[in-house]
Design a protein around this ligand. Structure first.
Ligand code: HEM
Length: 344
């Protein structure tokens, strides 16, 4: 009897002590969150929509086309201003519509480096792809890969790419009255990238080349200009193909293959008087500036000559920016220029 009385007294003591400990912890947590909130700046304007899914569905639907995402962004900008929050695949996200916002993402090293992809996309790239790596691991992989993709490396590939282009046009284009450009270009870019032993990212190249051919065909004055202005194939000649490069840049301005992507905050951040907590996502996006008449006069017009002048920084982002800037930029540029050179 005595043992059981002692046992239940001990149990009540333990319950009391546990309850007290929880109360003290709860009080400490409440006091510290009160002071954290009091010092904290407001969150960016916007709304999180439905719990968990937020605006995932409408954002994904908008992302299906460049027009769709541009119109969706404009609607949000009109409602909340140039910087706004929403919820995407369960994550709170801040979208930057202005070049200053893109600059903040790309120049803040911690943020720029921490890339985020929705799981279905990162599975598609594979666990070891450089584009899915963050932090020190990304730095290491990128350092090793850089030497295969810089300008010096391009001078080693130029003759191979040129030979491929000549073979390609002889085998697939000569003597044909009609061709499906997208299928045929696939052979060319595929063989070049295979020759580089990479088998990476030829998708954006094929689409950009097909669209550039479409615009050149639709604008005979552009065809004439290219025909008269470009005629060589050393690295110097490639650098001198400014008008053709203008036509490709213009295609990428109107139809960037990737309109934007995501970065994840690894610490709390402050931007433009707003508090952005750790583990939120940032979305850099080119659509608002690529079609903005403030940066590109008459933005819906295909005009390669506008590239005689550089646009303001962070307004033109078809190859992204910061530490994840497209690794294949120089290669893509060289390959597309050689292709158009042989085409015209
Ligand atoms: C017109 C052609 C291309 C376009 C428009 C393009 C666009 C892009 C963009 C926007 C990114 C940045 C992604 C981000 O910040 O989230 C990127 C990254 C990347 N691109 Fe390209 N790309 C093109 C061609 C290529 C080619 C031909 C290769 C390889 C030979 C390539 C290899 C890569 C790699 C490896 C990354 C990831 C870099 C990193 O995460 O450090 N790209 N590309």
């Amino acid at each position: 009897m005595a043992t059981s009385w002692n046992g239940s007294a001990e149990e009540s003591h333990m319950t009391l002590i546990t309850a007290l400990a929880f109360t003290v912890l709860w009080l400490l947590w409440s006091i510290s969150s009160y002071f954290r909130c009091r010092n904290r700046l407001p969150l960016p304007p916007g709304s999180f929509g439905f719990p968990v899914i937020g605006q995932t569905v409408e954002h994904l639907l908008a992302l299906r086309t460049a027009d769709g995402i541009r119109q969706w962004m404009q609607k949000q900008v009109d409602r909340h201003g140039p910087l706004f929050r929403f919820r995407f695949v369960g994550y709170p996200m801040v979208m930057m519509s202005q070049p200053e916002g893109n600059k903040f993402i790309f120049q803040n090293e911690g943020l720029s480096n921490h890339i985020f992809w929705p799981s279905h996309i990162s599975t598609m790239f594979g666990p070891h792809a450089v584009i899915t790596q963050s932090g020190e691991r990304h730095k290491l992989v990128r350092r090793h890969l850089n030497r295969f993709f810089d300008r010096t490396a391009m001078s080693r590939y130029i003759h191979g790419v040129n030979r491929n282009a000549i073979r390609h046009f002889t085998n697939h284009w000569q003597g044909k009255e009609q061709l499906v450009a997208l299928d045929i270009i696939n052979f060319f870019t595929g063989s070049c990238v295979w020759n580089l032993a990479l088998s990476l990212e030829e998708g954006p190249l094929i689409v950009t080349l097909a669209l550039t051919i479409f615009y050149i065909a639709k604008n005979p004055h552009v065809y004439e200009q290219i025909l008269h202005m470009e005629n060589g194939l050393t690295m110097e000649d490639i650098s001198a193909m400014k008008y053709t490069w203008g036509a490709i840049q213009e295609t990428l301005r109107l139809h960037p293959v990737l309109t934007g992507s995501y970065r994840k905050t690894v610490t709390d951040l402050e931007y433009e008087g707003y508090h952005i907590p750790k583990d939120w996502l940032f979305n850099w996006n080119s659509q608002h500036s690529h079609y903005n008449p403030k940066y590109f006069k008459d933005p819906f017009k295909f005009d390669p000559s506008r590239w005689e002048k550089r646009p303001p920084p962070f307004t033109y982002l078809p190859f992204g920016g910061g530490v994840h800037l497209c690794l294949g930029y120089e290669f893509a540029r060289m390959e597309m220029l050689i292709f158009i050179h042989h085409l015209v």
